[in-house]
Design a protein around this ligand. Structure first.
Ligand SMILES: Nc1nc2c(c(=O)[nH]1)N[C@H]1C(S)=C(S)[C@@H](COP(=O)(O)O)O[C@H]1N2
Ligand SMILES: [Mo]
Length: 363
């Protein structure tokens, strides 16, 4: 909202107090502002559908006390009033439950994909009033609120909702280790707060073909995010310093950055941070060496079943491990800083140092 229109709005409220608030369902909002506040629904019908606040207000209004928790743990409780997305969709003969995912897109460049699990189980409120007042300037005209879910989904200044079709769940056939992979790509200096760290361009990690269904990023705290190829390619993986591995971009709102990544994948390949894995996974010990049980790594990434797996080192050394032996293995970082595996009771030649990748042998 423009400064001039706020001043006008304030003047309007001061001059004609009750007349406006009773004739108008959003107290403090002028008719023109209600008409101007519109969102676009893309992918719902053949053509884009525009929905304005006036239409939203004809739907059953709901009011709910919600608490947002931001990434630093700060809580904020307020009452949101608005209409349910499900009611809006119902009025168009649709349901949020029939979509695999949707993307909430804001006017400031922020966007977030809402996965199927949330679409199946949660209410999505298209909020137009907070604590009985119009939304603040950065949130208006509509803020999406999904109670019980992370504030990451509570998109201010909602402009567009994109409905997407079925996405093929990619099955992983290759795990690459981020700590080794970073040596094979060019890093750039990236200034992050007070320090200058190293980062690799997002577009260096996957081919366009691999990214045709976008990418998935999982953080150490369990956060799982789907991003478009466009968003990922506009950013970097910062692999040294604070919050690393960190996905960030100078062009994206900070809320789209992902701190402390565990892995990210596109198509059949995933990059896994062993340092992140070590800090959250229960370890097993072989001959005084602690590490991540390999079967836990395989579970985490849902790697495809295979009779055997090929372990490749950065120097080209390769060993093939039978599936039955995977449970004997651990993944660790050696004293000299190399990604390594060893197996309880297997010959020494299965100890791989400088491990670059694990691949399914038959696909
Ligand atoms: N338009 C827009 N909406 C946004 C964001 C943003 O950058 N732009 N950040 C999101 C994130 S990551 C969080 S944690 C919350 C922060 O909401 P709060 O300020 O109410 O805590 O807003 C979400 N909605
Ligand atoms: Mo956030």
């Amino acid at each position: 909202m423009k400064r001039a229109s706020i001043l006008l709005l304030i003047a309007f409220i001061l001059i004609s107090s009750t007349a406006c608030s009773t004739s108008n369902p959003v107290k403090g909002l002028e008719q023109e502002e209600i008409a101007a506040g519109k969102i676009t629904l893309v992918g719902l019908e053949a053509a884009e559908v525009a929905v304005d606040l006036e239409e939203l207000m004809t739907l059953p209004a709901i009011s709910k006390e919600v608490t947002s928790v931001n990434s630093s743990g700060a809580e904020n409780t307020f009452i949101i009033e608005g209409a349910l997305l499900e009611e809006l969709l119902k009025s168009k003969g649709k349901s949020q439950k029939s979509y695999t995912a949707l993307r909430l897109v804001a006017g400031d460049g922020y966007s977030v994909e809402v996965p199927s699990e949330i679409l199946q189980n949660r209410d999505i409120i298209l909020g137009y009033r907070v604590d009985g007042e119009p939304l603040d300037e950065i949130s208006m005209p509509i803020r999406a609120i999904i109670p019980e879910e992370r504030a990451m989904y509570w998109v201010r200044n909602l402009e567009q909702i994109e409905f997407t079709g079925t996405k093929a769940e990619a099955a992983i056939n290759e795990i690459l280790f981020l700590e080794e992979a970073v040596n094979t790509y060019d890093s750039v200096d990236y200034t992050y707060y007070e320090s200058v760290d190293s980062a690799i361009a997002g577009k260096d990690f996957f081919s366009a073909e691999e990214m045709s269904n976008g990418i998935i990023i999982k953080a150490k705290d369990g956060l799982l995010k789907s991003e478009t190829a466009e968003v990922f390619n506009s950013g970097y993986i910062k692999h040294t310093g604070t919050d690393a591995p960190l996905f960030l971009s100078p062009d994206l709102p900070k809320g789209m950055h992902v701190k402390n990544i565990l892995w990210f994948s596109a198509g059949e390949r995933a990059y896994y941070s062993v340092a992140s894995g070590l800090s959250i996974t229960d370890r097993a010990t072989i001959d005084d060496q602690e590490g991540i049980p390999l079967h836990r790594l395989f579970e985490e990434l849902s790697i495809n079943p295979s009779d055997s797996y090929i372990f490749t080192a950065a120097d080209g050394y390769e060993v093939i491990i039978e599936t039955a032996d995977i449970e004997k293995g651990i993944l660790f970082i050696s004293e000299d800083g190399l990604i390594s595996v060893k197996f309880d009771g297997l010959p020494k030649n299965t100890n791989v140092k400088g491990l670059f990748a694990i691949k399914t042998a038959q696909q």
